[in-house]
Design a binder for this molecule. Structure first.
Ligand code: ARG
Length: 702
């Protein structure tokens, strides 16, 4: 027996499964057998006693989980940080454990109220005493970690738990003597696994499979080379033996029903530590401000969700609720992250939601200089569709050419900033990196606008005919207004427009001046011309709706003919092509761009097979657009969406709800989705436009 090693245990006098606060307890209320529990606990007690000294805390009636002394607190040297339980079901244990620590000469530390931390269940010392591994995600709050570091003067490494079956760190993670680590990697997020791998060399990592993990193999007590646990598979026993450990298995099934096993039932009160280890905690905190329709527009939810999903935690410092429907709310939130890297990740997403740093923390944006053409600095800020400003020399500078997925380049004198796609960054360009001094402006979305969006965005399935009609009425009205004030509408269309009989309607729109640019691929042009010249679209007779014999060759004949003319425009000029969408474009001087793809036949001479050139053409044609109609083409619509700043109304029409959802996911109020047949949509649209006499009815003079 090792006299100097001491453990604290609590006899199971009042143990039972009385409530459900973890998945193991589900379906197990009052299902554990008292006699068996007592017998299993006694066995464990004796095994530990053979290896160390065991102290006992008096069990308190009404607190059935008090047997799990690992959750009493965290002990190092003569200091004890008492737990603050997350669930009220266990909060009554706190005074009992506190009393024991005090009676046994520990200096007791207490965390602020409402800052949960569940003791040694979520904080495990490296067995060499080099640092403290601390878990968060379910029971303990990340913000408790800096306290641990400060009070115990030790480096804390935060690990995020993501599987609710492994809600405490000690259920899936067990540091062993000699720098070994027994753990279940799937219980941790990606970043935490990376952290573990950086600290523990591969030959020291004993990663276990789910089958062992659910037997609580990681919930083991390690005393020197002995490892005491509920159960281990043959292979795990062998691996532990190879690493020099002898495994003692002792069944603890009655305690598994409450979600605990040997480690949970003990608290080591003598922990080793090395002198050189000192306080250090990479946990970072920052305060952000949010303003707007935080509740109505769901911004608050989104912000808090993305903090937690990103591996951070938050504390809402204040929330000023706007009381009227039109008034906005403001909130300040403290965000914590386990490292700088994670913080930057979370922060950049918060910026996209419109979050800003509080005035006293605002600083200039940081830039780095490009050293390789077409390659931005690693940490570059990735732009969104929302109007963005960067702070340079104490001034906020509006970013030009806003689009998503670009970098921000600041001019040499710091007076200008613009979005630049990666391939266009030049050596010497100053690119904004990190998350400081950047703010985006999310247009205020209020309840009315959101409801409108919901109404017009036909969420699930195919929209009812009446609803399609209503959306079409609205779009027709806007189209008419834009045309009459000389505005710009861009259409991106797929070949389905032609296959569904929409060619004549789209031609009408172009002829009547409703379209200022057309974007698409090789196919829409090919099938439009095929229909104009041969009456078929992909070999289907457009009058009768049946395939014609040999029709599949039609489009190749058409491509070949246009190739002979050298361009669509030339074919029109020479009187070969006399109707259809492409014809109307040429006749009405509506510029078009056809972007090629791997599956293109031909292609037509006009099709840009150089995609960089095609992207450039597209973005030129989109400039200044007020509305973009996206007609049944996922590929081109997404391409266009990426180049388009917020504020441009996008109408996406597709029979496939998934495409509509994807496009509307830009999260801006301006997007409208219509799930319907595009041919039908266009015909309704033209009808509706015909019905509109004038957008500004002339008032009768008296
Ligand atoms: N029923 C207890 C709870 O959910 C079990 C605690 C297990 N303890 C531990 N250190 N993992 O809190």
């Amino acid at each position: 027996m090792t006299e100097s090693i001491r453990f604290l245990m609590c006899a199971p006098d009042h143990y039972d499964v009385d409530y459900v606060i973890n998945p193991w307890m589900e379906g197990n209320i009052h299902k554990s057998t008292r006699d068996r529990a007592v017998e299993q606990w006694q066995k464990l007690y004796h095994i530990i006693k053979d290896n160390a000294t065991v102290d006992l805390v008096t069990p308190a009636k009404g607190w059935p989980d008090m047997v799990f002394t690992a959750n009493a607190g965290l002990v190092l040297d003569n200091k004890a940080i008492v737990s603050r339980f997350f669930h009220k079901e266990r909060q009554g244990e706190e005074p009992h454990f506190k009393e024991w620590f005090e009676d046994n000469g520990f200096a007791v530390y207490e965390l602020p109220k409402d800052l949960p931390f569940e003791g040694a269940g979520d904080a495990l010392l490296d067995r060499e005493g080099r640092w403290l591994w601390a878990g968060y995600g379910f029971r303990s709050e990340l913000d408790s970690h800096p306290y641990l570091a400060k009070w115990l003067d030790i480096e804390v490494i935060s690990l995020r738990l993501i599987d609710d079956r492994f809600y405490h760190l000690d259920t899936c993670f067990c540091p062993l003597a000699g720098g070994y680590l027994l753990y279940y990697p799937d219980a941790f997020d990606f970043y935490s696994n990376k952290t573990i791998e950086m600290r523990v060399p591969p030959e020291k990592r004993i990663a276990i499979e789910e089958a062992d993990a659910v037997n609580f193999a990681c919930n083991a007590v390690n005393v020197n080379s002995t490892v005491i646990m509920n159960k281990a598979s043959e292979s795990l026993q062998k691996r532990l033996a190879d690493a020099g450990f002898s495994v003692i298995q002792t069944p603890l099934t009655e305690f598994l029903k409450a979600g605990g096993a040997s480690k949970c039932l003990t608290l080591r009160v003598t922990e080793p530590r090395i002198e050189e280890a000192h306080a250090n905690v990479p946990v970072e905190s920052r305060v952000i401000q949010l303003k707007g329709h935080l509740l109505d527009a769901g911004i608050m939810n989104q912000a808090l969700d993305l903090i937690v999903e990103g591996g951070g935690s938050f504390q809402v410092i204040d929330f000023n609720l706007g009381e009227q429907r039109q008034s906005t709310s403001a909130a300040r939130v403290r965000v914590s992250a386990p490292s700088h890297e994670v913080m930057e990740d979370i922060f950049s997403q918060l910026i996209d939601l419109g979050a800003i740093a509080p005035p006293e923390q605002v600083c200039d944006a940081i830039t780095e200089t490009v050293t390789l053409a077409g390659v931005a600095p690693d940490d570059f800020y990735v732009t969104t569709i929302y109007p963005t400003e960067v702070r340079v020399n104490n001034n906020w500078v509006a970013v030009q050419n806003q689009r998503m997925d670009g970098a921000i380049v600041v001019s040499g004198d710091g007076t200008e900033a613009r979005c630049c796609i990666l391939r266009d960054v030049q050596v010497g360009d100053r690119v904004v990196v990190g998350v400081d001094g950047i703010r985006t402006n999310r247009k205020v979305e209020n309840r009315e606008q959101l409801n409108k969006q919901e109404f017009s965005f036909m969420g699930a399935g195919v929209s009812s005919e009446r609803r399609v009609e209503l959306v079409v009425e609205q779009i027709a009205w806007e189209l008419r207004q834009i045309r009459d004030r000389g505005g710009k509408v861009v259409i991106t269309a797929g070949p389905v427009v032609i296959h569904t009989g929409g060619a004549k309607h789209l031609s009408r729109l172009i002829r009547d001046g409703y379209v200022q640019a057309l974007l698409g691929g090789n196919a829409i042009a090919v099938h439009d011309i095929e229909q104009a010249l041969m009456g078929t679209s992909l070999g289907v007779d457009m009058q009768r709706g049946v395939p014609v014999r040999g029709g599949h060759r039609h489009h190749l004949k058409v491509i070949n003919s246009i190739r002979r003319y050298g361009s669509i425009a030339e074919a029109v000029k020479q009187g070969f092509l006399t109707k259809g969408v492409m014809y109307e474009c040429v006749k009405n001087n509506v510029p078009f761009s056809l972007a090629g793809s791997i599956r293109d036949d031909g292609p037509l001479p006009d099709t840009r097979m150089d995609l960089i050139q095609a992207q450039t053409e597209y973005s030129k044609l989109i400039e200044g657009a007020e509305m973009i109609l996206m007609l049944s083409t996922m590929l081109h619509s997404i391409g266009v969406g990426n180049m388009t700043p917020a504020g441009v109304k996008m109408v996406c029409v597709d029979i496939n709800p998934a495409v509509v959802t994807k496009l509307s996911d830009r999260g801006s109020v301006e997007s409208v989705g219509v799930v319907t047949d595009v041919g039908l949509f266009l015909s309704l649209l033209v009808q509706q436009l015909d019905r509109l006499t004038s957008p500004y009815p002339v008032s009768q003079s008296v």
